[in-house]
Write a protein that binds this ligand. Structure first.
Ligand code: URA
Length: 432
């Protein structure tokens, strides 16, 4: 087989066989097919697509490129959730203790942030002492002992995706439904849980531009997961503005803790309650309505907060941060950003805000960048809020002086209107 023939075939819009896809993935992981040829094929896939069978073959070939985690030593239903990525997305930190406190087993592998999107591991590592690398044995033991563990993906979990994702990131080939679906589902299937709930984002800060595209991606991923006998559902939500108020690692940990104390922002709390209800429903714990009540109760009873403390302690972190948030990394300066306009906030574009937070040091532009866990932005006003001139729009937590260029970009990002805006629910569709 010649790889160039496979590229030519996809360039003509033809369908690749399972054998050709397996040849591609194994050759690329082994190093016998170079980056430039794979880039070319990826672009042909972005432009000409893949049918369902090709997407299934690609998912399988990627999943089988490395280890498949065996969670059979953990009795009970194991659940996982995956967000397609966003700004201010600290969902795992609140949601997973909530569902674990209701009796399902959370054996979760998370990722790091890149570009304008944040990653759960970076957020967890802003907790002093918290370790995201546990051996498989310790991971399994911890889930059996306390019902929850959150770690980084092991080095050999879907190595094909590690290589392909890095290449897609620099070749303009991220935004393709078959490539995103196979990338996400190969990792979720290799992680070995029984239930997978997908938190699929669309809008300015997301890979999917519209609700329709996000639904199409969700349906594709649900079909792939179900073909492996997994229970899969999706919640589709907008990412036109950051989720919650905080963007930045330690600031998001603080907001996640506040949420478990019943003092979280409404949009973020709603997302956790609904997604959690879907997880419990898929796990067979309760019907949706009952599961929603259980989620609310996990907060009001303090059970979810106690589970978060257990998780932090088990993974070597300083659990005192739950009660004393001054023990989290703190930036040396907090600057109030005041509004120069009056009206209603029309837009806080998530992508621009994510890049602004990254420029403060909260994210990484390249994989080697080092994150400053203390910095970020905490919004005091969100889309739809009424603002007077001089009101504080946001608190900027920073360690370096804010440049006039940064301030200008922030000012330009916030858009105003003189008309009140209709309220939209954070989750727009649940696909069960
Ligand atoms: N997240 C992933 O893991 N893969 C993609 O392709 C996009 C988002």
């Amino acid at each position: 087989m010649h790889f160039v023939d496979i590229i030519e075939k996809k360039k003509r819009g033809e369908v690749l066989t399972d054998e050709e896809i397996r040849y591609w993935i194994s050759g690329y992981v082994k190093g016998s097919i170079p980056d430039y040829q794979v880039s070319s094929l990826l672009m042909a896939i972005v432009l000409n697509g893949m049918n369902e069978e090709e997407t299934f073959s690609l998912t399988k070939a990627m999943m089988e490129s490395g280890d498949i985690v065996d969670l059979s030593r953990i009795p009970g239903v194991k659940v996982d959730k995956h967000s397609t990525g966003g700004v201010g997305d600290k969902t795992t930190l609140s949601l997973m203790p909530m569902v674990a406190s209701c009796g399902v087993k959370v054996a979760k592998m998370s990722g790091r942030g890149l570009g304008h999107t944040g990653g759960t591991l970076d957020k967890l590592e802003s907790i002093p002492g918290f370790s995201v690398s546990l051996s498989e044995d310790r991971f399994v033991r911890q889930v059996n002992d306390i019902g929850i563990a959150i770690i980084g993906q092991t080095a050999n979990l879907v190595p094909a995706d590690k290589k392909i994702y890095a290449l897609r990131d620099v070749t303009g080939t991220i935004d393709s439904i078959p490539l995103i679906a196979s990338s996400i589902m190969s990792k979720k299937l290799a992680s070995g849980t029984d239930v997978i709930v997908l938190d699929v984002k669309y809008g300015d800060g997301a890979f999917m531009p519209t609700l329709e595209k996000a639904e199409e991606l969700s349906k594709e991923m649900i079909k792939i997961g179900r073909s492996y006998g997994k229970r899969v559902a999706a919640c589709v939500s907008g990412m036109d503005q950051p989720l919650g108020n905080a963007v930045g690692n330690a600031l998001e940990v603080k907001e996640a803790i506040d949420t478990l104390k019943g003092m979280g922002p409404k949009d973020f709390t709603d997302l956790c309650l609904t997604t959690g209800a879907v997880i419990l429903q898929q796990a067979g714990v309760a019907d949706l309505q009952q599961a929603y009540k259980m989620m609310a109760e996990s907060i009001s009873s303090g059970r979810a907060l106690a589970t978060l403390k257990q998780l932090i302690r088990a993974q070597g972190g300083d659990e005192r941060i739950v009660d004393d948030q001054s023990l989290l990394p703190q930036a040396s300066h907090i600057t109030k950003f005041r509004s120069g306009s009056a009206g209603y906030i029309q837009a806080l574009p998530a992508k621009a805000i994510g890049v602004l937070a990254m420029n403060l040091g909260a994210g990484r532009e390249t994989l080697d960048d080092i994150i400053d866990p203390s910095v970020g932005i905490v919004f005091n006003k969100k889309v739809g809020d009424k603002v007077e001139v001089g009101d504080v729009l946001a608190y900027i937590h920073h360690n370096n002086p804010l440049t006039s260029e940064w301030v200008q970009r922030f000012q330009q990002a916030v858009k105003f209107t003189d008309q009140p805006l209709p309220e939209t629910p954070v989750i727009e569709k649940v696909l069960i």
